[in-house]
Design a protein around this ligand. Sequence first.
Ligand SMILES: NC(=O)c1ccc[n+]([C@@H]2O[C@H](COP(=O)([O-])OP(=O)(O)OC[C@H]3O[C@@H](n4cnc5c(N)ncnc54)[C@H](O)[C@@H]3O)[C@@H](O)[C@H]2O)c1
Ligand SMILES: O=C(O)C(=O)C[C@@H](O)[C@H](O)[C@H](O)COP(=O)(O)O
Ligand SMILES: [Zn+2]
Length: 363
Amino acid sequence: MTSIQRRIPVGTAYEVLVGRDLASVLPSILGEAVQRVAFIYPEPLEALTPPVIDVLSERYDVVQLALPDGEDAKTLEVCGAVWEALGEAGFTRSDAVVTFGGGATTDVGGFIAAAWLRGVRVVHLPTTLLAMVDAAVGGKTGINTGAGKNLVGAFHEPAAVLCDLDFLRTLPAAELVAGLGEVVKCGFIADERILELVEQAPVGSLTADSPVLAELVERAIQVKADVVAADLKETGGADGHPGREALNYGHTLAHAIEKRENYRIRHGEAVAIGCVYAAELALRAGLLDASTVQRHRDTFGRAGLPTSYPGASFDDLIGAMRVDKKTRGSVLRFLVLTKVGNPVILRGPTDEDLRAAYAAVSA
Ligand SMILES: NC(=O)c1ccc[n+]([C@@H]2O[C@H](COP(=O)([O-])OP(=O)(O)OC[C@H]3O[C@@H](n4cnc5c(N)ncnc54)[C@H](O)[C@@H]3O)[C@@H](O)[C@H]2O)c1
Ligand SMILES: O=C(O)C(=O)C[C@@H](O)[C@H](O)[C@H](O)COP(=O)(O)O
Ligand SMILES: [Zn+2]
């Protein structure tokens, strides 16, 4: 039975619903004008789709589009094939896209919707923890290129995000842990209670049906919704706050590691390493104290996440770090903390500090 536990508005634009058995609310969001729905999902999740397809099929002509799994879907080739399929289906501006899957699927499906006819409605049904708390919320969509991660994309806000916690029941434990990477990141940038909840939870207790996990989901979505509502297109925050770039904590190194690993490391795992790196960098820049750096290692580690990366040298990664979207010209800009909940931008850290911080996470 449908149960909506929380409605979290993202400004005035749309809501993120958190609950269970949420597919039934889709028609009320999509409305009467929609005739065709492109249902985009990763092929391995086929067995989970019938309850959603059944709801959609009662009202709409459903075009089912199975994509490759995970990061393999975030390519121009996959987008091209889907756009051809939409053309063949006569997909119009009053039709809609529904994505169903993890963050890779919501990213590429969102981009497909953003570009088709220059923008059609999209509703995300995230099925991983990471996509519920982060990827599906906020309207960032995108794909990868040979030069790096998420280098092509668009801001395209969804009409709604439906976080159905029931889908977490089939999620492999390692994927759930990876999602905690973005949850803990939100704790460090904006909500210390998240850190306390993770620190106090018995190891292994944050499973799909845990009430603490449900609270973490709601808190992390709230952090993301608040930051996005204040700076939708990452143009900058007010009163010294870095705005949406705060959500990019840990991502400069994370994206470089993901590229280096051919996307075979999970995004949330790479983010955990990247946040420890950013903390080490802030320590060397005289911005952050050593105990908060240690708290990064302890809290990400307690969640089951890696906090070091011995897989490459600094010189192997710096090229990919330079294409980070926070870079301006040849000046690297890092999101760092001065304390928990106080993100700031560090411009042009010295080569010595960049290397020393990397040495501290690569041992
Ligand atoms: N747009 C944004 O703001 C934003 C934010 C964070 C991350 N991201 C992107 O999200 C992606 C990572 O997302 P992810 O961690 O969800 O990975 P993912 O989409 O690759 O999914 C991980 C794996 O879980 C499987 N899976 C998904 N739901 C399942 C379920 N309910 N049961 C069983 N298996 C399931 C998938 O098939 C896949 O194999 C990265 O590409 C990252 O860049 C985007
Ligand atoms: O929503 C944002 O803004 C974020 O930075 C959230 C990140 O967790 C996410 O991985 C995002 O896709 C990274 O964005 P990018 O601009 O560095 O590609
Ligand atoms: Zn991320």
